[in-house]
Design a protein around this ligand. Structure first.
Ligand code: TMP
Length: 195
């Protein structure tokens, strides 16, 4: 059984909807489950949201996302010690995928740089689900949102998508076709967590 599980994917991939439904299903089955997310609602997390809105310097954005996560990990550790299952909507791979796309013209190897900054400072999930979807399809899904944030543009999301595929190799990751019906995706995640 997996205890710390993260949900990743580009904007519009459906991971928030699915992770919430999986959390409810686990809770209904009697598993003490916490659903949490990043950026968090902490003071640092709120500052991160401001960095995105104001298209702040990508280094500031990167450091702040990582600081928000290091703080969040203290809380996650506590929940795990209490025996809870923790589901987190976005985590480290979001920073690798999005901030590496932002930093590609600033650094030779932004992915490596971001991974080294995080290494040994954050918890390693037992499972990371990657919701894989073509950026054009995901953008079409979120067009109705009244206020699209600066990251929700096709060229940028294409880069984020490629970065996600690069960083999600290894047995911690499970790639899911995000265009499958919601019920199928919820069941796939639920069964995998309990396995
Ligand atoms: P959300 O739509 O899941 O609330 O996330 C807000 C945006 O923040 C989304 O476009 C992805 C972005 N983001 C990063 O760029 N880096 C990160 O580390 C995280 C957690 C989110």
């Amino acid at each position: 059984m997996k205890k710390f599980v993260t949900f990743e994917g580009i904007d519009g991939s459906g991971k928030s909807t699915i992770s919430k439904l999986v959390s409810e299903k686990l809770q209904s089955a009697g598993y003490d489950t916490i659903w949490t997310y990043e950026p968090t609602d902490s003071t640092v997390g709120k500052y991160v949201q401001e960095c995105i809105r104001s298209q702040s310097d990508p280094f500031i954005t990167s450091f702040t996302f990582i600081a928000d996560r290091i703080l969040h990990c203290k809380q996650i550790k506590q929940w795990l010690n209490e025996g809870k299952i923790v589901l987190c909507d976005r985590y480290a791979e979001s920073t690798y995928a999005y901030q590496a796309a932002q930093l590609e013209s600033e650094l030779k190897n932004p992915l490596k740089w971001l991974q080294e900054l995080s290494e040994n400072r954050i918890l390693l999930p037992d499972r990371t689900f990657l919701f894989v979807i073509d950026p054009k399809t995901s953008l079409a899904r979120i067009q109705h949102r009244t206020e699209l944030i600066p990251f929700e543009r096709l060229a940028f999301l294409e880069k984020v998508h490629m970065n996600y595929l690069k960083v999600s190799k290894g047995k911690r990751f499970l790639h899911l076709d995000a265009t499958q019906p919601i019920g199928t995706l919820v069941k796939l995640c639920y069964d995998d967590i309990l396995r």
